[in-house]
Each structure stands twice: as C-alpha cells, then as structure tokens.
Design a protein around this ligand. Structure first.
Ligand code: ATP
Ligand code: MG
Length: 398
C-alpha cells in the first residue's frame, strides 16, 4: 500500500479511550483518524484529526464519517450494524470488522449460540425471557447462576450472580433485561481469567501473548503477561482464540475473554467467556509490552497493511485508574508527579472531563525484567487520586 499526506484515513464510530489510543497508534504510520461520538470533546478528539458529534447510529453522521474515510471501524459495541451496512452500501466505504460480526457479538445469547455451534468450549447457558425461565435455568444448571442482559451490558453492568429462585425477579430488574431478554450461565469457579487479543488482517491472523486479567466487582482492574499459569494452558488459550478468529468475519482485532478452570485428573480447561470485536482493556499492556500494540495491529488490519509482530518485549503489568469518587465530579487527577517519579510506569490519561464512580479514566503500564511488575503498577495507581473540583464539590481522593 502507498501512503500519502492525508491517507489512509480511518473513520471510527466511538471516540472514547480506545479511539484515542487508535489515533495515537495510527499517527507514526501516517494513518489519520476521524471519529464520531455523541459527546463533544470526547477523549479521541484530542488526538484524532476530527470529531463528528452525533449518535452512534445516526445515519447522517455515519455518512459524513464514511465520506471522509477510506475504511470504517468501530470501537464500541453500541455501533449499529444495520446503519453501518447501509452507509457502506451508499458510499462504498468498507467496514471492518464486518457489521455481521458486530451483530452476532452484540447479543450475548446469539454470541454464545454461535460459538457453541462451532464447538468452542463455553460455560453451560440457557435463554431467559422471564423470571420463570431463570428459575428453570437455575434448576438445570445448578444455583448460583450468572445472569446477563443479552444486549447493552459493559464493565460488569448488566451482569449479576443469582443465588436462589427467590432472587429471579430482582436480578432481572437489576440488569435491566426487562425488555431485551437475558442469558443465564453456570457460575464458573475459575482459577483465573485469561484473555487473548486476536487479529485478522487481509490474509493472515495473529494472536498476542496470553494475558491474565484480575477483576474486582466484575470490572477489569489489572492485566499481566505472561499469565501466571503453565505453558500448556497458555497454548490451549491461544488455540481457543484461533478458533474464535475462524468464526468471525472481517479484519481487525478481537478481545477474547477466557476462564481457566481446574479439571479433575486433567490439565486445566479453557472456557470462552465473551468476545469484543475491537481493541480491549486486557490488551492495553501491549502498547509498551509488545513489538506491535493491539491498537497499531487494529489500524494495520483495517487499512490493509501487513500485521505486525506480536512478540512480547518483556513481562508486563498494567493497572486501570478507575473513578474513585462517590458521585460524578469534574476530573482532576492528583499524585501524578509522585506516580511517575517512583517507578518505570507509563501513565495513560484518557482526558475525560468528568470522573464518575468506577469510570475508566486511565491506566498505568510497566515492563519488567523477570516477571510482570504488578506491585509497581499497583503502587503507581495507589498514589493517584481525584481532587475536589473547582466548584468546591468534594471528590473523594485517596
Ligand atoms: P466487560 O465489558 O467488563 O468485559 P461485561 O459486562 O461485558 O464486562 P462479562 O465479561 O460477561 O461482562 O462479565 C464480567 C465479569 O463477570 C467477568 O470478567 C467475570 O469476572 C464475571 N463472569 C462473567 N460470566 C461469568 C460466569 N459464567 N461465571 C463466573 N463469572 C463470570
Ligand atoms: Mg467481559
């Protein structure tokens, strides 16, 4: 592919931190980004060539995006596959990954059914349309179960463990599945959670080194690579990731979330939790930790450049900076000098104007020598906090 001053240009639906890091990764290659996001001054706006302000599914905004771009992609599952198909047809701008892949993944029931039919190992699951279905699912799968809204959940919102039949109604109300339906899954007693970033280019695929992810309150807090498990398990995780890639259409990177579970008398088994058709929080460590980051890989894949090496440069750990406030407050991060001075940590601050409870505000990564420097990134994150905003509203700093 030839490069020029203003092309290729990638149009991205969504301008959050993932869009921002895509723009950062595209820049050295001369790849520009235009993003669309309903929030003016979104995180990616600080880095991308241009932001179009409009809803993720707004036809006019998507059309304007497609007209400015050589290829369209999305960094959020709320993108609308029908609208993407329509605009691609009108303008001739291709969309990667394929909108049909997004359609499959958006609905957790359809996603599970698709991967189960393909023979991939998944937690046992049942379709749930009402509280009676949930009670029946619990009887069949055994209590407790995990119930998930079919659509719209993220960062653990939309998921809740259910201990007994008495909790069926409240659980469905809590995840807001009253209209869209839900899926119940066996509650997996996993050893640890793993993730693999998989990539598909024009005529090749690649997988990144296996990541171990640490969740608290169902939200990803930390990632480390190599995962603290045996090499055989890591290889089986990559094999599952390769099978997932075989089932999905279109170019780009995919975040593949896995459970590692002990098996009596055999090696630990790998179960597929879910797939994101985009760069994923579990792969942020690859910015410093791999020869090619997941963001550069996505850019390369969607514009049609060759995929880069996914080799790990060294053992790497990353920790999220989450909103530690009681209620939404203007964002001001404190402790930055101390955090940066104390370790080899790299700080990524997403530039969000408002901090909200548990909102992803940034992350910290460090590459170590012999093992992932988890305590170093933890310490760096612990020195960071959120100050009271200018109007004197109290943000709880820590
Ligand atoms: P995110 O956007 O943060 O990835 P999500 O809301 O899409 O999250 P899931 O990944 O399905 O939801 O679930 C979030 C977390 O809840 C998982 O990482 C895992 O810790 C836990 N979890 C999900 N499903 C199960 C299950 N069947 N058994 C045990 N734990 C589960
Ligand atoms: Mg998840």
């Amino acid at each position: 592919m030839d490069l020029s001053a203003d092309s290729p240009t990638v149009g991205v639906v969504g301008g959050g931190q993932l869009g921002r890091m895509l723009a950062e990764a595209g820049s050295p290659l001369g790849v520009q980004l235009v993003v669309s996001d309903p929030t003016p001054d979104c995180p990616a706006n600080h880095v991308a060539r241009e932001q179009l302000v409009g809803a993720f599914d707004d036809g006019d905004t998507l059309r304007a995006l497609a007209e400015r771009a050589d290829v369209l992609t999305y960094e959020i599952e709320l993108a609308d596959p029908d609208a993407l198909d329509a605009v691609s047809e009108q303008t001739g701008t291709p969309v990667h990954p394929a909108p049909d892949t997004l359609r499959t993944i958006q609905d957790k029931l359809v996603q599970n059914e698709t991967f189960a039919e393909a023979g991939l190992p998944l937690p046992a699951f049942r379709r749930v349309d009402d509280a009676d279905d949930l009670r029946a699912a619990g009887e069949e799968l055994g209590w407790p179960v995990m119930v998930k809204a079919r659509t719209g959940g993220y960062d653990g919102r939309g998921n809740v463990p259910v201990d007994s039949p008495d909790e069926a109604e409240t659980a469905l109300a809590e995840i807001g599945a009253d209209d869209g339906g839900a899926v119940a899954e066996e509650l997996v007693e996993f050893e640890r959670e793993l993730a693999v970033i998989g990539a598909r280019g024009s005529d090749e695929t690649a997988t990144f080194p296996v990541t171990e992810t640490v969740q608290r309150e169902e939200i990803l807090r930390e990632s480390l690579s190599p995962a603290r498990t045996d090499e055989g398990t890591r290889e089986r995780a990559r094999a599952v990731a390769r099978s997932v890639l075989d089932e999905l259409d279109g170019r780009g990177v995919f975040g593949i979330e896995l459970f590692e579970r002990e098996q009596e008398g055999g090696p630990n088994e790998i179960l597929l939790n879910e797939v994101a058709p985009r760069p994923h929080n579990s792969g942020h460590w690859s910015i410093e930790g791999c020869v090619t980051s997941q963001f550069e890989q996505h850019v390369r894949a969607v514009v049609g450049l060759p995929l880069g090496s996914t080799r790990r440069r060294g053992p790497t750990a990353s920790a999220n900076v989450l909103g530690e406030v009681a209620e939404p407050t203007r964002a001001r991060l404190t402790g930055v000098d101390e955090a940066l001075a104390a370790t080899d940590a790299h700080l990524h601050w997403y530039g969000k104007r408002e901090v909200r409870p548990l909102r992803k505000m940034g992350h910290v990564t460090a590459v170590g020598e012999s093992e992932p420097p988890l305590s170093a990134v933890r310490e760096a994150v612990e020195t960071l906090g959120f100050a009271a905003d200018r109007n004197g509203e109290e943000g709880r700093s820590r």
